[in-house]
Design a binder for this molecule. Structure first.
Ligand code: FNR
Length: 356
């Protein structure tokens, strides 16, 4: 190990990024209460390891919606990777392929999903969608994601309007630089780029429309209320992603890790069956991953840490972040006496007062 922690990648990224771009990646909505809480929540949880179980070296791999990942850490969808590195989403996808984990490509990517797929042939890609009011246009985007080889559709549900991000307003960062575009929003090859529409009329009915539009499994991202987790399943979701969008949408929402146990309990069927519950927001070290898994997550996703790796060092930087998380997860699982992710159980996590 290099001795680096994820926060060291953030410091390196901050030195390289234009201040307005750093703020765009780092910032949250409103007073950034939820943004800060996401990270702090993990410090209020402690791990209670099991000993002398002869577990050996742990197997960190998971299978999600038929996709194998070598570790329970996915790349959350984040916009505008070319602000961080000229190769942008291509570099992120190559690092994901090398680490054998899943990258969720943002609809607001600055490299077209077809090119992301072509740049990293071995990568397992899922596609994140903001459903657009023009459903025919939405369908064209879905078809592009399917043809590019994406294996799941991640529908973001927490963005009927954009959160108020004061840092961006202060910095006047309201649009991409002229040479960058949201390439998945092009209307036909070489055509004009449509602006992303946030859509307050989006409803469960549209999830049913999407369900009929594609055979891809659908993940509903941005679930916080347990009743919505249940509704998502009733409307055909194959997985749920508990998320407050990294504190970038409604400020004052509880942290995903605090909401997780209630949602896991809500989606468990009477026969013990369940859909995978993913979680993101504030994961910054291997022990955070292990805490989330113990509380019932099938896997976690990381947003900003990947952007810090990308800005700090392009593809090798992202590889460094993913490699660090993998090593930390393996170390924490070994110290918890776990042979596999299934050995992590809720009794191994306690709420504590964090040391001051
Ligand atoms: C995001 N996120 C996001 N989510 C989404 O569904 N579509 C998107 O295009 C984006 N874009 C985006 C840009 C940036 C700069 C950030 C930081 C986040 C939210 C993302 O998927 C995820 O929910 C959070 O990033 C998780 O929190 P952490 O890991 O960044 O703390």
């Amino acid at each position: 190990m290099s001795g680096w922690r994820l926060c060291d990648y953030e410091a390196a990224a901050r030195e390289r990024l234009a201040p307005a771009h750093y703020d765009y990646f780092a910032g949250g909505a409103g007073e950034e209460i939820t943004l800060r809480a996401n990270v702090a929540a993990f410090d209020r949880l402690a791990l209670v390891p099991r000993v002398l179980r002869g577990a050996g070296r742990p197997e960190t791999g998971v299978t999600l919606l038929g996709c194998r990942a070598s570790m329970p850490v996915l790349i959350a969808p984040t916009a505008f990777h070319r602000l961080a590195d000229p190769q942008g989403e291509r570099a992120t996808a190559r690092a994901a392929a090398a680490a054998e984990t899943i990258m969720i490509v943002s609809m607001a990517a600055t490299v077209a999903v077809e090119e992301v797929g072509a740049a990293a042939p071995g990568a397992t890609l899922w596609f994140q969608l903001y459903v657009q009011p023009d459903l025919a246009f939405t369908e064209r985007i879905v078809r592009r994601a399917e043809s590019a080889g994406c294996r799941a559709l991640v529908v973001t549900a927490d963005s009927p309007v954009m959160g108020v991000r004061r840092r961006d307003i202060r910095n006047r960062f309201l649009d991409l630089p002229a040479h960058l575009h949201c390439e998945n929003l092009r209307d036909g090859p070489g055509g004009p780029v449509r602006p992303i529409a946030m859509w307050p009329e989006l409803s469960w009915e549209h999830l049913a429309v999407l369900r009929r539009m594609t055979d891809l499994p659908i993940v509903v991202k941005g679930v916080t209320h347990p009743a919505d987790a249940r509704l998502a399943i009733e409307h055909g979701a194959a997985a749920i992603m508990v998320s407050n969008h990294g504190g970038r949408q409604l400020d004052g929402v509880p942290t995903a890790i605090d909401l997780l146990p209630e949602i896991v309990a809500e989606v468990a069927g009477p026969d013990g069956s369940t859909v995978p519950v993913l979680v993101d927001g504030g994961v910054r070290r291997g022990t955070d991953v292990v805490k989330a898994l113990a509380l019932g997550a099938a896997a976690v996703a990381v947003g900003r840490p990947v952007l810090w790796g990308l800005a700090a060092g392009g593809e090798p930087g992202v590889a460094g972040v993913l490699g660090l998380l993998r090593a930390e997860v393996e170390q924490a699982m070994t110290l918890c006496g776990c042979a596999g992710v299934g050995d992590l159980t809720p009794d191994m996590v306690r709420s504590v007062v964090p040391p001051c």
